[in-house]
Ligand binder design. Structure first.
Ligand SMILES: Cc1cc2nc3c(=O)[nH]c(=O)nc-3n(C[C@H](O)[C@H](O)[C@H](O)COP(=O)(O)OP(=O)(O)OC[C@H]3O[C@@H](n4cnc5c(N)ncnc54)[C@H](O)[C@@H]3O)c2cc1C
Length: 430
């Protein structure tokens, strides 16, 4: 009788899940990758979709096509709602079939993270976050529409509120969004309006801590701060956001009227910890062991943004490199278990460095004792981002787009796309 080929179920086709699936290409297993969306998104460039530099199709690829050449892998479009560890089954809503059960021999959970409003869920209605393509497109609509509405607004206070953009949180996403809006207002939109001056847009970057990009050294963070100020961004450091509502924000004790507020502050893990009923950290990430499994289940691995693991007494950061390295590690580990080889040594993250971009021609880079800021770091940032896109077609398309935008200042994706009712395009924009 032929031996049954083990089934590895992977939940999530992001950086971690996809790396694991690809690495299992030559292993004697069947791979089933389940994702609730049909595409893999390159999240580090989402801000460029939100600010009209790139289109969604330039930073995302269908997962099915990424695994098309891998005979042992199949893909399922479905939303996982639970895991039954005792019977080794995943519960998934597929199309109109709810609660379908899929058995597994090995399970890799790579469901990423979502926004956290730190207990202020009421902020969500007024300050959307940036996590997927639909968030990015909706923000793009909102930002472009703000300028359109300002152009026809008679009341100066309301016009000012329309042209005020507040980012809450000065981590990489807040800094990238704020600087990209500033560059757009000063270059792309410069000549396009008749009644407003886009350059007068008020861009606020609020941060509770004492410096932007706090995961970088103080020196690099200070050079980024100076660049942000040079771009005309109104930095509000050491000031907590008290309220976010229909009218804008209250930062410290000052109200800033703003029609666009973007939440770039916190993340919370996916609900995987609840599905697995295991120990979590305070942001809901699953506490995993050094072999990336959960206690008592050598067949269940949790990786990427959904997992919590300390290395040298510090938690590993929620970045793409951690997710990818963990994805490759678990694939190797499963291969060894199945083929009877010795176990892998515990997982160890190799930190290749950290990068953040601050508008055109400027980035900061920290890697293995090297610290760089300015144009060379910006070139490094561009090279690395192109290199890590999922497909050659995206690399080529993004490269050409960036060259075009660099020299012309034009942004091709400046489209407001809304549902049309009563002959007009409508939005939730207030
Ligand atoms: C705006 C932004 C900018 C970033 N910039 C950088 C950067 O510059 N550098 C860097 O290193 N990192 C950056 N990150 C972080 C990086 O993208 C994450 O660390 C990385 O994506 C984590 O990979 P992952 O595989 O754990 O999760 P993800 O890549 O988020 O993938 C999770 C996948 O799981 C799927 N999924 C979730 N729940 C379910 C469910 N219930 N059922 C089925 N499928 C599900 C999702 O659809 C998704 O495809 C950024 C993140 C964001 C949001």
């Amino acid at each position: 009788m032929s031996k049954k080929i083990p089934l590895v179920v992977i939940i999530g086709g992001g950086f971690g899940g996809l790396a694991a699936a690809k690495r299992l290409k030559h292993s004697p297993v069947r791979v089933l990758l389940i994702d609730r969306s049909n595409h893999h998104v390159f999240q580090p460039l989402l801000y460029q979709v939100a600010t009209s530099v790139l289109t969604s199709a330039q930073i995302a690829s269908p997962i099915r096509s990424l695994l098309a050449e891998q005979a042992n892998a199949s893909v399922m479009l479905g939303n996982v709602t639970g895991i039954e560890t005792a019977s080794k089954q995943v519960i998934v809503n597929v199309s109109d079939m709810l609660g379908r059960r899929i058995g597994y021999d090995y399970l890799i959970v790579a469901t990423g993270a979502t926004h956290s409003y730190f207990g202020h869920e009421e902020f969500a209605a007024f300050a959307p976050g940036l996590k997927n393509l639909s968030d990015a497109e909706s923000l793009r609509n909102q930002i472009l529409e703000a300028f359109e509405k300002a152009e026809i607004e008679e009341d100066p206070d309301r016009r000012r509120a329309l042209m005020t953009f507040v980012m809450v949180g000065a981590g990489p996403t807040g800094v990238e969004m704020a600087s990209a809006i500033a560059v757009m207002a000063h270059t792309t939109l410069r000549k396009d309006f008749r009644r407003i001056d886009p350059k007068s847009a008020h861009i606020v970057l609020a941060e509770m801590g004492s410096r932007p990009l706090a995961t970088f050294s103080e020196e690099l963070s200070e050079s980024a701060r100076r660049r942000l100020v040079w771009l005309g961004i109104d930095m509000r450091l050491r000031q907590a956001v008290q309220t976010i509502d229909d009218d804008g924000v209250v930062i410290g004790d000052e109200r800033i009227r703003a029609k666009t507020v973007v939440w770039t502050a916190g993340v919370a893990a996916s609900p995987a910890g609840k599905w697995l009923d295991c120990e979590m950290d305070r942001t809901g990430r699953v506490r995993i062991q050094r072999d990336l499994t959960i206690p008592g289940h050598p067949e269940i691995f949790v990786i990427g943004d959904t997992a919590s693991l300390d290395q040298d007494d510090r938690p590993l950061p929620g970045v793409a490199q951690v997710a990818m390295q963990q994805g490759k590690y678990v694939a190797k580990s499963i291969h060894r278990k199945i083929t009877g080889h010795t176990q892998l040594p515990p997982f160890r993250y190799f930190d290749k460095g950290n990068l953040a971009v601050v508008g055109k021609n400027f980035a900061i880079l920290q890697s293995a004792g090297v610290q760089l800021s300015g144009f060379v770091a910006w070139l490094g940032w561009a090279f690395i981002h192109i290199r890590f896109l999922a497909e050659n077609s995206l690399r080529f398309s993004v490269f050409l787009q960036w060259v075009w935008t660099y020299f012309t200042g034009k942004r091709v994706a400046r489209l407001i796309i809304r549902e049309r009712t009563n002959g007009l395009e409508h939005s939730r924009f207030h």
